[in-house]
Design a protein around this ligand. Structure first.
Ligand code: GDP
Length: 196
């Protein structure tokens, strides 16, 4: 797939406002600041497809991008803001769980985590819901350039070991938007999910 062809489709305030549930969709999720926008921009070779550094706590939208007539990328709102009220967090978790469980076109979920802070509680919840919904999961350990090669490989094998506990189709790769480490692996996983 030529990810460079990604174009902005819609900004949806909630899952009810998403495009028709047809074709194949892959969603990107992660704690705020995990490097999700940077990864989407790196994947699509576009500097400002996904907006980086948003204001925490603001109403966040689900941004959708079209790759071709049948394939979409979904940019889910970042989570884990300390200052967001509990009620807002709970509402977000409910609608996210609902999205993962009910969205027929959803094939897989990419969960982005800073390689220095992997598998926080909400990351694990998300992976559990995705596995329960029989989705493919890719854990992307971002900002891999922040660690030396040895340390990076150590975290990678630890997270791969931990990922087995989810008992699902969970793949783990490292990734850097800064030096493009792991871009080929990311594309290969997505190509498989998209059936290309
Ligand atoms: P988001 O909130 O998950 O969309 O995260 P962003 O993509 O906005 O990135 C958060 C911060 O991490 C920004 O300051 C980015 O410049 C930085 N960042 C993102 N990806 C990388 C990376 O691969 N390497 C390094 N060193 N910094 C990164």
């Amino acid at each position: 797939i030529n990810y460079q062809r990604a174009t902005f489709l819609t900004s949806a305030p909630d899952i009810k406002a998403l495009p028709a549930d047809e074709g194949i969709e892959v969603a990107f999720a992660g704690r705020s600041n995990a490097g999700k926008s940077s990864a989407l921009n790196t994947l699509t070779r576009q500097n400002s497809l996904a907006r980086t550094s948003k204001t925490p706590g603001r109403t966040q939208l689900i941004n959708t991008f079209s790759l071709d007539a049948e394939r979409r990328l979904i940019d889910l709102p970042g989570y884990g803001f300390a200052k967001v009220p509990l009620a807002v967090k709970e509402k977000w978790q409910k609608s996210l769980a609902e999205y993962l469980m009910k969205r027929s076109s959803l094939k897989g979920l990419v969960v982005l985590m800073d390689i220095r802070h992997p598998l926080k509680d909400l990351d694990q919840d998300l992976i559990h819901w995705a596995v329960q919904s029989e989705l493919e999961v890719l854990i992307l350990l971002t900002k891999s350039d922040k660690l030396a090669v040895g340390a990076r490989k150590k975290v990678l094998s630890e997270v791969r070991e931990a990922a087995m506990a989810f008992m699902g189709n969970v793949t783990v790769h490292t990734f850097s938007s800064l030096n493009k480490q792991g871009l080929e692996e990311l594309e290969q996983v997505l190509d498989t999910w998209y059936g290309a």
